[in-house]
Ligand binder design. Structure first.
Ligand SMILES: Cc1ncc(COP(=O)(O)O)c(C=O)c1O
Length: 448
């Protein structure tokens, strides 16, 4: 086995890290050198234990190396590690598809597999785009998305995203979409009322006028993650669903981050009592173990594709429907079912709420908030409004450095600090995290 120093030498010489200013990384950063992980914790090669408060980029829905997921992976690997899903099928993909359709609810009928959140979104966009051509309405060819949206990395997903860095660099390469105001409360702690209603009124005005050109509305239900954990109420989603029906547009729920129970229901948009036409699933989908994703769609959408070669969705990846990923994803659903995890997460959600309230007493903490087990707050000097996400702020990194010293791995979104916890997290573990965060806040910004 290589020493920590040797791994770091190879890393710094050969790896190009994601979302990382590499010059600074090579010169200054001492990363965690992960050797193993279990439950909430990642262990460095040097033996240091880190509480994974980031959920390893939000994928970890049942904790690291859940024994049942590892066993499902082992079992499947002994029989069939991979085969294509074109004119071939296999049990894990078939059974998983049935289970997903059932879990997603009566509005859903078909599953298209892909590799990650970005491809789940890419598939959704292509389905929606082609759907209207097949229905004889090619003029319905535009997508509608929210300000601050993040839907992934592929060029389609980046086009419906509103991430500054993408648009600055890739601008001309991306397609244009109709951008709506975010329904998230912009006023920080000083709630300014039913903000989402104003955002919806603005959306309605645009969409009633331009509905004839709209293929679909895509949004992240309840929590706009990468935008800074911006949260909105389910009422907005209910209104948006009705509006989509009025203008005859597809409602696409990007549940890549918020799905799989994170907000207290299997699908976040079901809090609104509505059903999307297309739903994108990834991250928690395969328990953070295998890269796999799915786009689940309604009968109405699928049936438009039941023709010949020109009615085909010409899309696929080498690893579409990978048996290892499918077996693990199926085991995730079985664990959810057998352990009633979503039904039982109320205590942990309440503990996170109490913890955030406590952290909110620190003068640098503004707008503590949570939806299910996604918790966040903004960092700003005392007296500031604390509203909005500021990606250029280093406040989050200051706090994360202190957290790391205390054995917590977290990543900020500029001035927004957040925790994304597995849905089987226990109350004492949340209390531990809150305690370490309180100490870290004092170390970074002074006493409360
Ligand atoms: C809402 C949402 N959609 C799509 C993606 C892209 O997922 P991936 O990184 O797996 O491609 C993300 C990633 O954070 C996301 O938060």
């Amino acid at each position: 086995m290589l020493s920590r120093e040797e791994i770091l030498r190879l890393d710094k010489k050969y790896i190009w890290h994601p979302y990382t200013p590499m010059k600074r990384y090579i010169q200054e950063v001492d990363p965690i050198v992960a050797q193993r992980a279990e439950g909430l914790y990642i262990y460095d090669v040097d033996g240091t234990r880190y509480f994974d408060a980031n959920g390893s980029w939000w994928v970890n829905i049942l904790g690291h190396n859940h024994p049942r997921l590892m066993e499902a992976l082992r079992r499947q690997s002994e029989e069939l590690a991979h085969c294509s899903l074109a004119n071939v099928t296999h049990e894990p993909a078939a059974v998983l598809a049935e289970q997903l359709v059932k879990r997603c609810g009566p509005g859903f009928a078909r599953v298209f597999y892909s590799d990650d959140g970005s491809t789940a979104v890419e598939v959704a966009l292509r389905m929606a785009y082609q759907y209207w051509q097949l229905r004889g309405r090619p003029e319905k060819n535009r997508f509608v998305a929210l300000s601050g949206a993040f839907h992934g990395e592929t060029l389609g997903a980046a086009s419906v995203s509103a991430t500054q860095v993408f648009h600055k660099v890739l601008g001309p390469l991306l397609f244009d979409c109709i951008r709506l105001p975010s329904p998230a409360e912009p006023c920080g702690e000083k709630a300014c009322g039913q903000w989402y209603e104003q955002a919806f009124a603005a959306a309605e005005q645009v969409l009633v006028e331009r509905g004839g050109e709209v293929a679909g509305v895509i949004l992240e239900p309840l929590v706009q993650g990468a935008a800074g954990m911006l949260m909105h109420p389910p009422e907005y989603l209910a209104k948006m669903r009705r509006l989509c029906d009025e203008i005859d547009a597809l409602f696409i729920a990007d549940e890549v981050f918020v799905g799989y129970g994170r907000t207290g229901r299997f699908l976040a948009h079901s809090h609104a009592g509505v059903s999307a036409d297309i739903v994108c699933l990834a991250k928690g989908f395969s328990g953070g173990v295998m890269p796999m994703a799915a786009t689940v769609t309604s009968k109405r959408v699928f049936e438009a594709f039941l023709g010949g070669a020109s009615e085909t969705l010409w899309y696929g990846h080498s690893f579409t429907g990978n048996p290892l990923g499918a077996s693990v994803a199926l085991e995730v659903l079985r664990i959810f079912e057998e352990e009633d995890l979503i039904e039982n997460m109320g205590g942990a959600v309440a503990a996170l709420g109490r913890g955030l309230e406590k952290l909110g007493r620190h003068p640098w903490v503004h707008n503590p908030r949570h939806h299910g087990l996604i918790g966040a707050f903004n960092l700003a000097p005392p007296g500031g409004s604390g509203a909005g996400a500021d990606y250029l702020s280093d406040a989050g990194w200051r706090l994360c450095a202190e957290l790391k010293r205390r054995g917590v791995f977290a990543r900020p979104l500029g001035n927004v600090m957040y925790f994304v916890l597995p849905i089987n997290v226990r109350i004492p573990e949340i209390d531990e995290l809150v305690g370490l965060c309180a100490q870290s806040l004092e170390a970074a910004f002074g006493e409360a």
